[in-house]
Design a protein around this ligand. Structure first.
Ligand SMILES: Nc1ncnc2c1ncn2[C@@H]1O[C@H](COP(=O)(O)OP(=O)(O)OP(=O)(O)O)[C@@H](O)[C@H]1O
Length: 209
């Protein structure tokens, strides 16, 4: 599902933080947002997702799968978000963490369990439903967090430096993992990053703030 911005910006105290952005990310495609620290990259994602803090105001339009979601609350935009500190809840098992992401439309205990088991298998975490998140490696945790986000069946995915704490080889692996899943599901991805390799991997579609 595509993600489209039309003249989109965010203002703070009446002043636009960055020039209006017009951009279309195709279904299954990836674009990257880069720019210096403090320029408003995270705020841009907050604006697209509908999570702006008090005092920030969005301008322009956001379309997800060609549906104008600009006026909708965050919960109904069908946009998944994953941050740098995509923490798993430490008091829940790995599987229950993933179950937390499940769309509420999926009812029935065994159905929900099966959906989580399938997602764990796709993330290379088969058999780890009952594991304590603290016993997972960094890469396993990142894959679990991504799966939790995908279980909500988002139509677009916003990533805010999601893998910056992982080492270089793991980062490349996770990037591929995300891109592959997004492509297979037709989810448009917009990723904030400082890593030029992310931009190259995204096919060079870069928004500079
Ligand atoms: N809740 C808030 N209240 C007031 N100002 C804020 C708030 N959140 C962010 N800001 C300010 O808005 C500006 C943009 O912040 P933002 O986090 O979007 O930048 P960024 O480009 O993502 O930076 P970085 O690369 O360092 O993460 C900064 O000057 C920041 O201090």
């Amino acid at each position: 599902m595509s993600l489209e911005l039309i003249g989109f910006s965010v203002s703070h105290a009446g002043k636009p933080m960055f020039a209006p952005i017009t951009l279309r990310v195709a279904a299954g495609g990836v674009a990257v947002v880069m720019g210096p620290s403090g320029v408003g990259k995270s705020t841009l994602l907050d604006g697209i997702g509908g999570h702006l803090a008090h005092g920030f105001l969005a301008q322009g339009r956001v379309l997800i799968a060609d549906r104008d979601v600009t006026a909708l609350p965050a919960e109904t935009r069908r946009i998944g978000v994953m941050f740098q500190d995509a923490l798993l809840f430490p008091h829940l098992s790995v599987g229950d963490n993933l179950a937390f992401g499940l769309t509420p439309t999926l009812r029935g205990r065994s159905q929900r369990r099966a959906a989580v088991e399938a997602a764990l298998a796709q993330a290379g975490l088969a058999g780890m439903y009952l594991r304590d998140p603290a016993t997972l490696s960094g890469g396993q945790r990142a894959r679990a967090a991504l799966m939790r986000t995908l279980l909500a069946e988002p139509q677009a995915l916003l990533l805010d430096e999601p893998f910056s704490k992982l080492d270089a080889s793991l980062r490349a692996e996770m990037r591929q993992f995300v891109f592959d899943h997004a492509r297979a599901r037709g989810i448009a991805v917009l990723m904030v990053t400082h890593d030029p390799e992310d931009a190259t991997a995204a096919g060079g579609i870069v928004v500079e703030l």
